[in-house]
Each structure stands twice: as C-alpha cells, then as structure tokens.
Design a protein around this ligand. Structure first.
Ligand SMILES: NC(=O)c1ccc[n+]([C@@H]2O[C@H](COP(=O)([O-])OP(=O)(O)OC[C@H]3O[C@@H](n4cnc5c(N)ncnc54)[C@H](O)[C@@H]3O)[C@@H](O)[C@H]2O)c1
Length: 308
C-alpha cells in the first residue's frame, strides 16, 4: 500500500505508542501511523534508532517523540503511557511490537533464553496493554490495541519453544482482552506479520529473497504470495486499518499480512467431538480415536521450502 492510500484512512488527532519502533516492522508501523496523521511515541531499547525515527517523521511534518527503555516491566509500560499523555494529551492506539529471539532446540534452551523472550514479548505485551487500557478507559473514547503474534505462535516452529509460548500466549490474551474491553469500545487484535527484517534475515530458506531485496530488486510472486514474504512496509497498512474508524467492529481477530498475502486466521475450535454415556475409559478413547479422531489430527509447524 502506498502512503497516499494509507492516508485515506485518517488518524488525524489520534495519539499512538509503538514499542520496538526504532527498526524493522515497528519502524514501518510508526512511519505509516504518522503519515496517516497520528502523533507517535516511539519506544525502543536502541536510543539512536528511536531518535533517527523521530527526526525523520518530524522532517516530514509529523509529530513524534522517543521514549527509550526495555519493554517488559510495569515501570517502562507506565512511563510510555505517561509520555504520550504528557506530550500529546491522550492515548488512542497502542501497538506492542518490541521483540527478540533466542532460538535453540528444547534440550539446549536455557532458563535465561526462555525467560528473556517471555519477558519482552508476553510480559511486555501484558504490562503495556494493561497501562494503556487503564488510560483509555479513563478517557472514555474507546481505543485501538494491536498486538503482534507470529506464524510460530499459530502453528509452532522448530527451535522456538520460548517464542512459540510467548506468541501463542499473546493471541490468547488478545481474545480475552477483546471481551473485557468491548464495553469501553476498545478493540484488541493480533497481527501475524512476515517481513524482511533483522529478525528474519538469517533464515536460510529466505536468503535468496533477502539478497534480492538488498539488491533493490522486486521479489517473485512465490515469495510474496506463498511465503507471505515482503518488506515491513507491506504490513504497515494493516496497522493503519486496525487503528482507524473503519475497523471499529473488528476485535478479537488474528490477521496475517506479509508480501501480497492478507489472511484471517481461524480461532481454535473443536475439530471432532464424540460423547460417551457415563464418561470415557482409556479403552473407549483408544477405539474412538482410531475410528473418528485419527484422520482429523491437526498439522504442526510451517511448510518451508528447501534448504530449510
Ligand atoms: N519479521 C518477521 O517476519 C516477523 C514474523 C512474525 C512476528 N514478528 C514480530 O514482529 C515484531 C517486530 O519484529 P522485527 O522483525 O521488526 O524485528 P527487529 O529485530 O527488526 O526489530 C525489533 C525491535 O525491537 C527492539 N526491542 C527489542 N527488545 C526490546 C525491548 N525490550 N523494549 C523495546 N524495544 C525492544 C529492537 O531494538 C528492534 O528495534 C516482533 O514482535 C516479532 O516477534 C516478526
């Protein structure tokens, strides 16, 4: 989507916080939100990246400030909300995007690998959304909360125990918050993005496409459609849409975007149901499993092309 097309959905007068917005997808989100007219609070642990984003947005005529700090704690979350209110008088939109990876297989994953990822993604999303919800409920004008999931959280991925737990947990919280905050007219949705960033550049099966992007060339339809792989800017239109008045009735959803592929994910639902009078013995389950359930077992993992 071009910036002119994004601007058709105006966010003039709105105030947004985006965490982890110095680089990668967060940077594209914050640029698009500012371009649509929102004032933005740019959070990152990387102060230089956050300041550079602020400078560029201001140069283009937008309103932006940096609030540096590691997302995860209540203190950082509350400081972010306070900064939005101090600088711009209110808070309308929160995008919880900050993230890290500590990939390794289960049997090599340390407690620290697990805790670091859970702290930034899962706890960081919880603390920031809680602080934002308090403020938005006080304001009484509704609001937009956009959290970030991942294909890994939806279907699993080799080497990502910690990240799968965090991202699946985020989507679980999103569904819960969409119920809890509905009365306050605050929508809560999850984006399931895919894009070329520092986070994905090292995936071997994406290398040819990352190289193509670095060379300034377009990506083939296979990458943009089947792999859902493109640039961070390809995903930004979804953030602007979800933040806009057009999405007032969209809540509790997990929506994928990457390259040319926009997708609505299904929520978990029972795939097969059977009943037994007076309950299920192990033997009865074994019989029913083979007869009715076995063929309906659900796939795990993502389909990656060679050489993954
Ligand atoms: N790139 C993808 O294909 C992809 C796919 C699925 C999900 N995601 C998710 O999208 C989000 C952004 O990822 P990205 O690919 O742009 O990664 P990235 O590494 O390019 O950017 C992440 C940003 O977050 C910042 N950050 C890290 N820890 C932080 C903390 N504690 N507090 C504040 N900022 C912090 C980093 O400095 C960086 O600027 C993440 O939540 C990631 O899990 C990305």
């Amino acid at each position: 989507m071009t910036s002119a097309e994004n601007r058709l959905l105006s966010l003039e007068g709105r105030v947004a916080i985006v965490t982890g917005a110095g680089k990668g997808l967060g940077r594209a989100y914050v640029d698009a939100l500012a371009d649509a007219g929102a004032a933005v609070v740019i959070n990152d642990v990387d102060a230089d990246a956050a300041e550079a984003a602020v400078e560029q947005i201001r140069k283009a005529g937008g309103r932006a400030v940096a609030q540096v700090g590691p997302v995860g704690s209540t203190e950082v979350a509350e400081a972010l909300v306070n900064r939005a209110v101090q600088e711009f008088g209110r808070l309308d939109i929160l995008v919880t995007n900050a993230g890290i990876l500590r990939d390794t297989v289960l049997w090599k994953m340390t407690d620290e690998d697990f805790d670091d990822v859970i702290r930034v993604h899962l706890r960081g999303t919880f603390t920031c959304v809680r602080a934002a919800a308090v403020r938005m409920r006080e304001q009484g004008d509704g609001g937009r909360i956009i959290c970030i999931g991942s294909p890994t959280g939806q279907v699993g991925n080799f080497g990502q125990t910690n990240y799968a737990a965090a991202k699946a947990g985020i989507v679980g919280m999103v569904r819960t918050w969409s119920l809890e905050l509905a009365r306050a007219r605050i929508t809560v949705n999850a984006i399931i993005p895919v894009a070329a960033t520092g986070m994905t550049e090292t995936a071997p099966f994406l290398k040819p496409y990352v190289d193509a992007l670095h060379a300034g060339g377009p990506l083939p339809p296979y990458a943009r459609r089947e792999l859902s792989f493109g640039t961070p800017e390809d995903v930004a239109g979804l953030v602007v849409f979800l933040a806009s008045d057009e999405a007032a009735s969209v809540t509790g959803q997990a929506i994928g975007l990457g390259g040319d592929r926009l997708a609505l994910w299904s929520h978990p639902a029972e795939a097969v149901v059977a009943f037994a009078d007076r309950g299920w013995s192990a033997t009865a389950i074994a019989q029913a499993w083979n007869k009715e359930f076995a063929e309906q077992q659900q796939p795990a993992g993502q389909k990656f092309p060679e050489p993954y």
